[in-house]
Design a protein around this ligand. Structure first.
Ligand code: SF4
Length: 260
């Protein structure tokens, strides 16, 4: 098989995975929009300034003015964001540049929850955009065979802890209610908890990620798979194999959900 054939097969496989994922979300049909090519005839038929008044105006949809909140914000998530406001409920607000609310599919079946924004995330107002974010994107795209925008990505705390220290208990307590509201709006079937802080916070346990990872748990009725944080994997690449074991369990569970 040559390179082009294998690339085509890869594209077909990714399209199939995406359609199956959309089906799992309840999509029953695909709207085909014919390509429109302007031709000289089209131009000739175009309304002149004289008959412009009879031409119905094309109304542009209002795009809500938000921070960088990802491609789509459902009404439920928008309400949570509005409720959060210019939050100063904990001391992390003092050093942040941006609130990193989260981004992705507002109806995602799969949600990734990390610990908190780092420098790059704070600068851009988006979760997981640095080197660890690239690794997470690889896990989603190459491992799970979804697009990054098919899942939802957020953190336990939405403002960057100074010097990337761990978020403190009072900060977690102040911010977690908003994570819970986000999850209630999204209604995912599976959460992947990335790293110690995310796993301990969601599962209300003192157990560390090394013993928690790879074992299904629940958070408010949602299945949770704890695994190592991508930033940890950058420092300990040998443990990528363990994360792949965990991700394979998630893929199997998503398969089951897909098949009903
Ligand atoms: Fe508010 Fe959460 Fe930021 Fe604290 S971390 S200021 S609770 S948004």
């Amino acid at each position: 098989m040559n390179d082009i054939e294998s690339e085509l097969l890869d594209i077909v496989s990714q399209v199939r995975m995406h359609l199956e994922y959309q089906k799992m979300l309840g999509m029953r049909s695909i709207e085909l929009i014919p390509a429109v090519t302007a031709s000289p005839t089209d131009k000739a038929d175009a309304p002149s300034s004289a008959n412009k008044e009879q031409t119905p105006a094309i109304k542009k949809e209002k795009v809500p003015k938000t921070e960088k909140l990802g491609p789509c914000l459902s009404a439920g998530l928008a309400a949570v964001r509005e409720d959060l406001g210019n939050c100063s409920r904990c001391k992390l607000h003092k050093g942040r540049k941006n609130i990193v609310f989260g981004e992705g599919d507002p109806n995602a079946v799969l949600v990734f929850v990390g610990e908190g924004p780092g420098y790059e995330e704070d600068q851009q107002g988006r979760p997981f955009v640095g080197a660890a974010g690239q690794l997470l994107t690889d896990i989603i795209v190459k491992g799970i065979k979804l697009r990054r925008e098919d899942v939802y990505i957020c953190n336990i705390v939405k403002c960057r802890p100074p010097n990337n220290r761990n978020p403190e208990p009072d900060e977690i307590s102040a911010c977690e209610p908003f994570l819970l509201k986000q999850l209630e709006a999204i209604k995912p079937k599976i959460i992947i908890a990335l790293g110690n802080i995310a796993a301990k916070t969601l599962l209300k346990t003192g157990e560390g990620i090394t013993s928690l990872r790879g074992r299904w748990q629940t958070y408010h009725g949602i299945a949770v798979m704890p695994t190592f944080h991508p930033a940890y994997l950058l420092r300990n690449p040998k443990d990528k194999a363990l994360v792949w074991e965990d991700i394979k369990k998630v893929i199997m569970e998503m398969d089951k959900i897909r098949k009903g």
